[in-house]
Ligand binder design. Structure first.
Ligand code: CP
Length: 315
């Protein structure tokens, strides 16, 4: 636990910052955000953002990210503006992302944006006059999901250090996977990467593991990692990311976790999933003590409260 003096110092570092990639924050800053989130979990309704306006700009569908940001902002007293579908905005008339962001900067204190184009959130942060939080940019990064994943891992394992982490499913296009692997490189994790050949983790993300001096192992059969893993991080094979629909059909059912496969797993093992799920975790897993994905999504409210409070400079 960092003492109060350090907390004040680190939080002042987060004031006004953008969060575009998980690597924008340091290990110490992750931990600080998680500690603040613990406080919000105990006391989520604090009207500390009552003079703030948060803009949520979702150019791509979302349930959890948008609604948990909006719930988090509401519980802290902030006002929310924005859209969940660009179809109702002047983007339809040809307005550029540049002009949209410049305008929304003048209407809000903080912009939360999801966009299917990789790099769009970084670009938005370069033209905005208020901080920008990336709520997912294509197959690139999803740093706030990563922060809630870290929160969930620490909460269920009691530590972030020295864990055996299995990442399963769409490791190629999975932005939550890319962010989480990079974050866990700070905590001496060992990575077990389970995917069909077509959906292996990109070389650039594997390079992060190598650069951190850590190990990864690759598998195609999910059963191989069940006895070893502390965390099994399941992901959906994302139809919307595939240029070729035939390829999606070929790989969509490659990694499916069922309750009967969990025999022999570690007692402390927990299953995470950023959600939405399709069929990659069968519903009989939900009632096992290992399922944690719905609590994980709930943790997103506290973590997003912590991020907004820190970036807006009130924690
Ligand atoms: N985990 C996640 O990003 O979910 P949504 O797409 O529903 O926001």
């Amino acid at each position: 636990m960092i003492n109060k003096q350090n907390t004040t110092y680190i939080m002042s570092n987060l004031k006004g910052r953008n969060l575009i990639s998980i690597t924008d924050f340091s290990k110490e800053e992750y931990i600080q955000v998680l500690d603040i989130a613990e406080g919000f979990e105990k006391n989520p309704k604090q009207k500390i953002l009552s003079d703030k306006v948060v803009a949520t700009l979702f150019f791509e569908p979302s349930t959890r990210t948008r609604l948990s940001f909006e719930s988090a902002a509401n519980q802290l007293g902030a006002r929310i503006i924005g859209f969940s579908d660009p179809g109702g905005t002047s983007v339809q008339k040809g307005e550029s992302l540049h002009d949209t962001i410049v305008m929304v900067s003048s209407y809000s204190d903080l912009i939360v944006m999801r966009n299917p184009k990789e790099g769009s959130s970084r670009y938005a942060s370069e033209v905005a006059s208020v901080p920008v939080i990336n709520a997912g940019d294509g197959a690139n990064q999803h740093p706030t999901q990563c922060m809630l994943d870290l929160y969930s891992i620490r909460k269920t394992q009691g530590t972030l250090d020295n864990l055996q982490i299995a990442m399963v499913g769409d490791l190629k296009y999975g932005r939550t996977v890319h962010s989480l692997v990079q974050a866990m490189c700070n905590f001496n994790a060992t990575f077990h990467l389970v995917s069909p050949q077509e959906l292996k983790l990109p070389s650039s993300v594997k390079m992060s593991i190598k650069d951190a001096g850590l190990r990864y192992y690759q598998y195609t059969d999910l059963r191989d990692i069940i006895p070893t893993a502390d965390i099994i991080y399941m992901t959906r094979v994302q139809r919307e990311r595939f240029p070729d629909p035939m390829e999606y059909e070929r790989v969509k059912d490659s990694c499916i976790l069922t309750a009967d496969m969990l025999k022999g797993c570690k007692e402390n093992m927990r299953i995470l999933h950023p959600l939405p799920r399709v069929n990659e975790i069968t519903t009989d897993v939900d009632s096992t003590p290992y399922a944690y994905y719905f609590q994980q999504a709930q943790n997103g409210v506290y973590v997003r409260q912590a991020l907004m409070a820190a970036i807006l400079g009130v924690r």
